[in-house]
Design a protein around this ligand. Structure first.
Ligand SMILES: [Zn+2]
Ligand SMILES: [Zn+2]
Length: 227
């Protein structure tokens, strides 16, 4: 499991492997092909392309891509990155994301943004895991990674600890754009490690759209599955 994080062994199964994740684990535990909602990337059964929630109330973002469900055993990888600062995993997540996102989905993209953390959270953690995932993608796709464009003004409670009704209010005003006209007419790609309820990305996308962004596409490594 993810405690075996030697450079020469797979972070999931621990078997000797030159990279961080062996091909077998990538195939059988992580990048398992499944149908996802084109708006929010939640796993879907059957032939649908949009979940009931997005169909009833379309989110502010236009599209989302997720490599895997936020569930065992891959959730341990996210936690190893975030809480034990196993930063090389960010590059592995970036690799996996670039493998699943169709090029035409980001062909019109003009700028990439990692979901910002609050200054307090950065001080506590020392890094923004979303930014670490975004860096190699931005480099490979030749997209500018905007690092000072958007700030998270309030430290919000972790979304999963709040009842559903409070989550939206909790996120309101969480993000501020530093240059109001910077994104007018642009397709913005947002990157985060995990999408749970989607309210964080919704709040950020709503802020970008209010400031003129034309399109918002989310890239997340893991997506909380439907209950
Ligand atoms: Zn493995
Ligand atoms: Zn959806």
């Amino acid at each position: 499991m993810a405690t075996q994080l030697l450079a020469s062994s797979c972070a999931l199964c621990g078997r000797h492997h030159a990279g961080l994740l062996c091909q077998a684990c990538r195939k059988h535990h992580i990048a398992i092909p499944r149908t996802r909602c084109r708006h929010c990337a939640i796993g879907l059964a059957g032939a649908h392309t949009c979940c009931a929630s997005c169909a009833a109330s379309p989110p502010s973002f236009d599209a989302s891509f997720a490599v895997t469900d936020y569930a065992a055993p891959t959730d341990a990888l996210v936690q190893a990155l975030k809480f034990r600062a196993h930063l090389p995993l960010a590059a592995a997540f970036a690799d996996l994301l670039m493998n699943i996102v169709p090029r035409d989905a980001i062909a019109s993209a003009a700028v990439m943004l990692a979901v910002p953390l609050s200054a307090e959270r950065i001080a506590q953690r020392g890094f923004n895991q979303a930014h670490e995932i975004a860096k190699p993608i931005a480099r490979a796709w030749h997209l500018p990674l905007a690092t000072d464009l958007c700030v998270r003004v309030r430290d919000t409670e972790p979304q999963s600890s709040l009842p559903l009704a409070q989550r939206r209010g909790n996120m309101r005003g969480a993000f501020t754009l530093m240059r109001r006209d910077a994104l007018i007419g642009q397709h913005v790609v947002l990157v985060d490690d995990v999408m749970t309820t989607g309210e964080t990305l919704e709040a950020l996308a709503a802020t970008l759209k209010r400031n003129g962004a034309a399109r918002v596409t989310n890239l997340v490594f893991a997506r909380t599955p439907a209950r």
